[in-house]
Ligand binder design. Structure first.
Ligand code: TYM
Length: 332
């Protein structure tokens, strides 16, 4: 089976709708047809200052949400990044073939460093995409299911794989991004031209999986639309409404046209009510299951330990090959 690899940062108490629609729902669907590896990337999460107790909690909660959403830890390999030292080791090596200019062009780095200023921006934030490349290449992944915002990082990963292969001989599989057109970008409900993100200025546009149903419903009912009152899919002129239609279509697994037809001639309130139901229909069971999983930490940690064992075995193999290629002697 072809290999897929993906991960999310445990940088918040709850995953959000963008994470779910852009990535997690695809992971769940792909499990059957792929040799799937899913990671909680806690080493990436520390590129911005994080309270240790929060980080510990969020790491478990993120893993629990993967499982609650339908990732099967028996079929797929599910683990925490810091449990597999090879990520950081390969990250170092890949850093030595990454151009400074190349890394400087990463738009996510540019955005974040602008926000944090020179002193607030860490070297870890700068080399973040290199560690991400290591994550992917360690498992010889064929495909990486992510949202649109990760496209440039996947491009860098491909460039590094090709560069390493041409310099040192065939070593890495060159991965492809799996970025479905329609669902790869969920927009902020209050600012429907910006992506939904935990770091948005206002919380009102962000739907979190673990939030109570009434909080989520309120945010949906207040979502920004427009004044013309017509429900149709037109992302350029009707960003807010089109975003609601997209989300509804992904959650109900129906086409956008189908969904647009259902609501044609009706009011925005109807669409929002329908969407609130669909979101709760998806989030409700995930929330419940997440809480169950988090009430038995020992069992959850056990699952993650087993996942890490499997991941380590695979990652070590690639790392050994890489060491051999670049001329590191075998350890004595
Ligand atoms: P992260 O943790 O920011 O986001 C996790 C996943 O959610 C997707 N996503 C979205 N998709 C659609 N609309 C949105 N508004 C939205 N917001 C987030 C992201 O595209 C991502 O797929 N660098 C990665 C984590 C990472 C990784 C990896 C991913 C580290 N190593 C290796 C894949 C493979 C990140 O920050 O994702």
């Amino acid at each position: 089976k072809p290999v897929i690899f993906s991960g999310m940062q445990p940088s918040s108490d709850s995953l959000h709708l963008g994470n779910y629609v852009g990535a997690l729902t695809n992971w769940v669907k792909m499990q059957d047809d792929f040799d799937a590896i899913f990671c909680v990337v806690n080493q990436h999460a520390i590129t911005v200052a994080t309270d240790p107790a929060d980080l510990r909690e969020r790491t478990l909660a993120t893993a629990a949400q993967y499982i609650a959403a339908g990732i099967d830890p028996e079929r797929s390999t599910l683990y925490v990044q810091s449990h597999v030292p090879a990520h950081a080791q390969l990250g170092w090596i890949l850093g030595t073939i990454t151009g400074f200019g190349e890394a400087s062009r990463m738009t996510q780095f540019k955005d974040k460093s602008q926000r944090f200023g020179t002193e607030g921006t860490t070297v870890g934030l700068f080399t973040y995409p290199v560690l991400m490349a290591a994550d992917i290449l360690l498992y010889q992944a064929d495909s990486v299911p992510v949202g649109e915002d990760q496209r440039q990082h996947i491009e860098l990963t491909r460039d590094l794989a090709l560069r390493f292969n041409s310099r040192f001989g065939e070593t890495f599989t060159v991965p492809e991004g799996f970025i479905p057109k329609a669902s790869a970008k969920v927009y902020d409900l209050q600012e429907p031209t910006a992506k939904m993100s935990k770091s948005a200025a206002s919380d009102a546009g962000l739907l979190r999986i673990l939030d109570p149903a009434n909080v989520t419903k309120k945010k949906i009912m207040r979502a920004v639309t427009d004044a013309d009152g017509e429900i149709r899919y037109d992302p350029e002129n009707k960003a807010g409404v089109s975003n609601l239609l997209t989300i509804y279509s992904v959650l109900t697994e129906r086409s956008i046209e189908d969904v647009a037809n259902e609501f044609a001639g009706r009011g925005y309130g109807d669409l929002k009510k329908g969407l609130a139901e669909a979101v709760e229909g998806t989030f409700g069971p995930i929330r419940e299951r997440t809480n169950e999983l988090l009430s038995d930490r020992g069992e959850l940690e056990n699952l993650l330990r087993k996942g890490a064992e499997r991941a380590n075995e695979r990652a070590e193999k690639t790392l050994e090959l890489v060491h051999e290629k670049i001329g590191f002697p075998k350890s004595f």
